[in-house]
Design a protein around this ligand. Sequence first.
Ligand code: SAM
Length: 232
Amino acid sequence: LFVDTPLADGHSVRIEGGQAHYLSAVMRMKVGDPVRLFDDISGEWLAEAEVVGKRDVILRITGKLAEREPVPDLWLCAAPIKKGRVDWVAEKACELGVARLVPVLTRRTVIDRVNTERLRAHMIEAAEQCGRSALPEMAEPVKLLSLMKNWPAERTMFFADENGGLPAFEAMRARPGPAAILIGPEGGFDPQERDVIRAVPQAVGLSLGPRILRAETAAAAAISLWMAAAGD
Ligand code: SAM
């Protein structure tokens, strides 16, 4: 369970709202039951239930299980897509191990508001489900042109290009180190945007195969390939 407060041995934490409901009503937690907690700072802890109520649950930390896990240095920079699909992307990006999710606003982006709180909530749920003790960072949406202008010098940008590029796995394996994957919206990047992306010295155009994938499929496939190439 993710707890948004720094944890330490012997401390008690009060869990409220949806998480308390989940523990008491869904998991039917009883006093003395164990639960694993993480705070995204200090690592993973074992706790046990001291008080179990409908509205709040009090957990006492009994010991440390693990340090915060090391996170592979991969960002997913993806144009926001429709609601259910972008939620799926956030969930899968977290499960597959990305360090940072960056919503990128492009000319053909059809979504006018990106709900980063909702996306973060999906990543927290995914982290709890898959046993991550470190959450991906949820970045604020950024315009493509500004992201490209300020691209960090040390970070390779793997640009997933449905018009063709280097075979993804080999290209990723040949370029270890900090990286990002760039995925376009449903309608793809427009020609001018493609020129701006290609002009970034760290950009490497990749193909994910001969079929045109939905943006969310392309994101999950590219992250999996990068993790496999990096051995993470
Ligand atoms: N422009 C396309 C069209 O409307 O025909 C579709 C764009 S595709 C649905 C969305 C994004 O997924 C693309 O911008 C690209 O980043 C990625 N993508 C899809 N298929 C891909 C492939 N075979 N190789 C690399 N990237 C791909």
